[in-house]
Design a protein around this ligand. Structure first.
Ligand SMILES: Nc1nc2c(ncn2[C@@H]2O[C@H](COP(=O)(O)OP(=O)(O)O)[C@@H](O)[C@H]2O)c(=O)[nH]1
Ligand SMILES: [Mg+2]
Length: 329
């Protein structure tokens, strides 16, 4: 049995210069990351600070299934302007639940193997389950209303001359995305069927002006469209809602995180499509790159003034993007 010190479980490092700072929104960057990704994350945060946060000083919440090293914490303190909170993910949130048939799960990983990205990875499945159902329950997020998810290695290729958190609040938005695309079908074989079973069990939970059209193929099946969740700016109240948590519990019981390879991106997206009205969702046309795709603003004036990305390469022009269909709803 591993035991951790209180500082390994939860370590808040506040910057003296931020004392008395009042932010317009109770919001934070949330970053699930391994110690080994320190250098990729430093590069990412450096850009995020230059393009946006140095002018705002929003705090950061770093989460990890293993204790952060002192080296990692120091590096993050140096590169950030906002306060830093380091948290350990509890074991129950990062594990295969007891009701999963181990033999079937093992078989699924063997079958997918290397034919599907992370097909044979158990830790990737734990990560997807964590990002689907648990990160927003971490006590370090208790005081926050909105989050912006960041991953090591992503790039912010344009300055952000406004406050996206404040935009979310002022415009009554619950979920914001930058890139949408299509999921690999074998990873979500029974997700649509399970989602329909959930809707039948909880008919009152579907929003009146929902976006289910956006995720439904002409034959009534799932069309694989989803928001790419490595970037999202969203309301924590949405994830904490009875609708979302009931949906996650229903999916978790069905076991597809391990018996297939359900990603947190299609799950967040199907929840958004069911539970939110279209007006509560926002496409952030910001400069954002996560290999191998990017969103790059196409307005020539904005791009020239604020960006270092080539708008011809923006995902919006890719036939696998679902963003134009979303805009057309
Ligand atoms: N602490 C921790 N973070 C992880 C682990 N696996 C993935 N992550 C984080 O989860 C996020 C998604 O993982 P990533 O490897 O980028 O997956 P991809 O974007 O789907 O290729 C990133 O922020 C990773 O740093 C893990 O085993 N431990
Ligand atoms: Mg990634």
């Amino acid at each position: 049995m591993l035991t951790y010190t209180p500082d390994q479980i939860r370590d808040s490092r506040l910057k003296p210069g931020n004392t008395g700072l009042v932010l317009p929104v109770r919001a934070a960057f949330v970053i699930l990351v391994r110690n080994s990704e320190l250098h990729q994350l430093r590069a990412t945060i450096r850009q995020l600070e230059d393009q946006f946060n140095a002018r705002h000083r929003y705090p950061y919440v770093f989460l990890n299934d293993k204790p952060f090293t002192e080296e990692f914490k120091r590096a993050m303190e140096w590169v950030t302007s906002g306060d830093c909170h380091f948290g350990l993910v509890p074991y129950e949130h990062w594990s295969m639940p007891p009701w999963i048939d181990r033999v079937r799960a093992k078989w699924a990983m063997t079958m997918m193997g290397s034919r599907v990205p992370y097909g044979d990875s158990e830790s990737y499945r734990k990560m997807c389950r964590y990002e689907s159902g648990f990160f927003f329950r971490h006590p370090l997020l208790d005081g926050f209303d909105y989050y912006w998810r960041v991953e090591p290695g992503v790039e912010f290729t344009c300055s952000i001359p406004y406050d996206p958190f404040k935009f979310m609040v002022d415009n009554n938005k619950s979920y914001g995305f930058a890139i949408s695309l299509r999921e690999i079908p074998v990873t979500v074989k029974s997700l649509w069927k399970t989602t329909n079973a959930f809707r039948a069990a909880y008919p009152d939970y579907t929003a009146p002006n929902n976006m289910l059209r956006w995720v439904t193929a002409p034959d009534g099946d799932y069309n694989m469209c989803h928001f790419w969740s490595n970037f999202e700016i969203a309301s924590l109240a949405f994830l904490r809602s009875p609708q979302y948590t009931a949906y996650f519990d229903f999916l978790d019981r069905a076991g597809g995180f391990f018996l297939e390879r359900w990603g947190d991106a299609p799950i967040h997206s199907l929840a958004v499509a069911m539970f939110l009205n279209k007006s509560q969702v926002h496409y952030f046309d910001i400069g954002y790159y996560h290999s191998p795709f990017q969103n790059c603003p196409t307005d020539p004036h904005f791009n020239a003034q604020h960006c270092f990305c080539n708008s011809n390469h923006s995902m919006i022009y890719n036939e696998d993007s679902c963003t134009n269909d979303w805009l057309a709803l």
